[in-house]
Design a protein around this ligand. Structure first.
Ligand code: 5GP
Ligand code: MN
Ligand code: MN
Length: 390
């Protein structure tokens, strides 16, 4: 870890190389009047909207929608199965059945899922406390248990613990997107009308947590985090059912499920703060974490070390090395396919447009892990066998 000082609070970085744009964004966060103690940047960091992906920022009294991101609650679920191998021919069938059963990309269910599968609204839906969810709840029932596009994936992996693992990366679908957009607009309006004057180019519009809009954002954001987890749970139970169909002896360990785009109320460095993790996950002492790499590299199950310097966080993946357009331009389709073929992965690269999700678009996950040895310890190393992308 290294430290960069600013006019206000310092930045702690767990990476050696940082591009100009990403650095500018963390500097803006460090100079933002409500951030506390320091800004942490995980080793998988890259530029984002307002705040880098891989950023961790603690604020006092305010919440920043752009510091959570648009796919609120996006995260990863992993399950260890009792299986120790799968025949390649079986694997192909399983992949085909996953593709038939789980809506991918922009697709959703034709019929709504039972309302009881949706996260509990605990307090009845009220227009005043959950305005966006009140509007989106019914549509959400068509989205629960659907993967979404691009970076989201369902992967079957071989663990170095001798077990087959299942991993799902997905978020809160359209609900989270709506909430992020709605409150970011309210934050912009607040900025214009009454908030502290901060350069609008920073894209760090905020809401006071004690205001109606701020506390509503927090409630709706937390609902999205639960919705995203329910979404992954629903898909995982379908994948497990498909596996159990092909091998009735298969059993499944309790799932590990973690979010990597969210804000939470925590206590750090002497203050009650709102920790924004945008493309970062919690790594409390002995907590289990998941660090996916790419469809052509290892992924890891990790154990947190509870380091205060990262606000008890770690990287959420390997992180992008190339932007989407850049990846399509720079990577070679035949070479990426050949690489996956050599590794024996049933993969999701078909066309030039899929190159933005190729292994070459992501950073070296081993290096990313080396850079955060003070934050997490590896427990299981996973190798991809088959991947389904949105
Ligand atoms: P996000 O897109 O949510 O910012 O990042 C999730 C992380 O998942 C990325 O940083 C990347 O390292 C990892 N990742 C992306 N695609 C795949 C995939 O197909 N398989 C695995 N195992 N990891 C992936
Ligand atoms: Mn996502
Ligand atoms: Mn994600």
């Amino acid at each position: 870890m290294r430290i960069i000082t600013t006019e206000r609070i310092p930045i702690k970085l767990w990476l050696d190389n940082i591009d100009r744009e990403t650095l500018q964004q963390v500097k803006n966060l460090a100079n933002f009047p409500f951030t506390h103690h320091h800004i942490a940047l995980m080793p998988d960091a890259h530029v984002g909207y307002g705040m880098p992906i891989g950023g961790v920022a603690a604020t006092i009294g305010v919440v920043i929608p752009n510091a959570v991101g648009v796919d609120i609650g996006c995260g990863v679920r992993a399950v260890r199965t009792s299986l120790t191998s799968i025949e390649p021919s079986e694997l192909k069938k399983i992949v085909a059945r996953i593709r038939e059963t789980i809506p991918l990309g922009f697709n959703h269910h034709k019929k709504p899922r039972p309302a009881k599968l949706m996260p509990d609204l605990s307090t009845a839906i009220s227009e005043s406390s959950l305005p966006v969810i009140a509007r989106e709840f019914e549509k959400g029932r068509y989205q629960l248990g659907t993967l979404g596009g691009g970076n989201h994936f369902i992967e079957i992996q071989m663990g170095n613990d001798g077990h087959i693992w299942l991993m799902i990366h997905s978020g809160s679908r359209n609900i989270g997107y709506r909430i992020a957009g709605y409150y970011n607009q309210l934050a912009k309006d607040f900025h214009k009308s009454g908030g502290l004057k901060i350069d609008p180019k920073w894209q760090l519009d905020y809401l006071p947590i004690c205001s109606t809009n701020g506390s509503n954002y927090f409630t709706e954001m937390e609902y999205c985090v639960r919705f995203a987890a329910a979404n992954r749970k629903e898909m995982m139970s379908r994948v497990c059912a498909i596996i159990a169909d092909t091998d009735p002896t298969a059993t499944f360990a309790p799932a590990v499920d973690i979010a990597h785009n969210y804000a939470s109320k925590e206590h750090h460095f002497g203050e009650d703060v709102i920790v924004h993790r945008k493309g970062a996950t919690k790594a409390v002492k002995d907590g289990i974490g998941i660090i996916p790499g790419s469809q052509g590299s290892n992924s890891f199950i990790v154990k947190g070390l509870g380091a205060p310097e990262s606000f008890m966080s770690c990287s959420h993946g390997a992180g992008r090395k190339l932007g989407r357009k850049q990846a399509r331009r720079q990577l070679n389709l035949a070479r990426e396919i050949e690489f996956l073929k050599k590794r024996g992965v049933i993969h999701a690269i078909r066309h030039k447009k899929d190159l933005d999700e190729a292994a070459g678009a992501y950073k070296d996950v081993h290096e990313v892990l080396e850079n955060q040895q003070d934050l997490v310890e590896k427990t299981v190393t996973l190798s991809p066998l088959a991947v389904v992308k949105g």
